[in-house]
Design a protein around this ligand. Structure first.
Ligand SMILES: [Zn+2]
Ligand SMILES: [Zn+2]
Length: 256
């Protein structure tokens, strides 16, 4: 029983919503035996979302449950704006993601050279401080690609990523949030899931709920890597995955 809770139909604005475009996402989901998928555009492209079309897709595909979420960029000071953005539609869930460290788009290929001129431990500390603030903001249901800072393969020197994640995980547990296992990292230079297995082991010990995602930016990527994500979750002790309906979490059995 697999789901994919992180899909961008508009990608980074290069595709637009149409029935035939969305059907391609549904067809891939069907071919990969997904029972549930969630469309989650970047909030930057919220005006490109055709909510009526999504509702129709939802109604006319009864073999796959369709959820409507949003992936929201978090940075400190943006809380009020985010509250206004998410109030406009009854989303099933909101993914909170860090794509900027103090204005630096660290995960964008054009700006990755900056990693070479900065202290990697300082970058990690600042990145996870921001994740921590996003957790404490109370604005999100799911924490997106929690250790994205490793995307280009850079590693902190003084401590490992598990060390930097610990405080964040404590706050996630306290706030009862869900963390996605995002397979996109497998397709990036780091070549591992977000989060890595050692962080997921820590999450399993703490009983932090998980969901599964591909972070697809094209129909061909729907469901890619979610079976591997599910296997990794099973291996570290997970037996349930989270789904969401209008903000409420529903736990489903994890079936490989
Ligand atoms: Zn993202
Ligand atoms: Zn995404």
């Amino acid at each position: 029983m697999l789901l994919d809770y992180h899909i961008h139909a508009a990608a980074h604005g290069e595709y637009s919503y149409s029935w035939s475009w969305l059907e391609q996402f549904m067809n891939t989901a069907r071919s990969r035996q997904l029972i549930e998928i969630g469309f989650t555009e970047h909030d930057e492209y919220i005006n490109m979302i055709d909510f009526q079309l999504l509702e129709r897709i939802r109604q006319e595909n009864d073999d796959i449950t369709v959820k409507i979420g949003l992936e929201v960029d978090y940075w400190e000071g943006r809380e009020k704006e985010i509250r206004q953005i998410v109030a406009g539609y009854p989303f099933d869930y909101i993914i909170g993601s860090i794509h900027y460290i103090d204005g630096w788009a660290f995960d964008h290929p054009d700006y990755k050279d900056k990693f070479d001129s900065m202290d990697l431990d300082d970058i990690c500390q600042r990145y996870f401080d921001l994740v921590n603030s996003s957790v404490r903001s109370g604005l999100f249901t799911v924490i997106g690609h929690i250790d994205l800072v490793k995307k280009w393969g850079h590693r902190p020197v003084k401590h490992n990523l598990r060390y930097y994640t610990k405080d964040v995980l404590n706050n996630i547990k306290k706030s009862d949030l869900t963390v996605e296992i995002n397979s996109a990292g497998l397709r990036k230079p780091v070549a591992e899931m977000y989060p890595s297995r050692e962080i997921l082991e820590l999450m399993a010990e703490m009983k932090i709920p998980i969901t599964l995602s591909s972070d697809a930016h094209h129909p061909s990527e729907v469901g890619v890597g979610v079976a591997e994500a599910a296997s990794m979750a099973w291996a570290v002790g997970y037996r349930e995955i989270a789904s969401f309906s209008r903000g409420s979490r529903i736990m489903l059995p994890l079936v490989l």
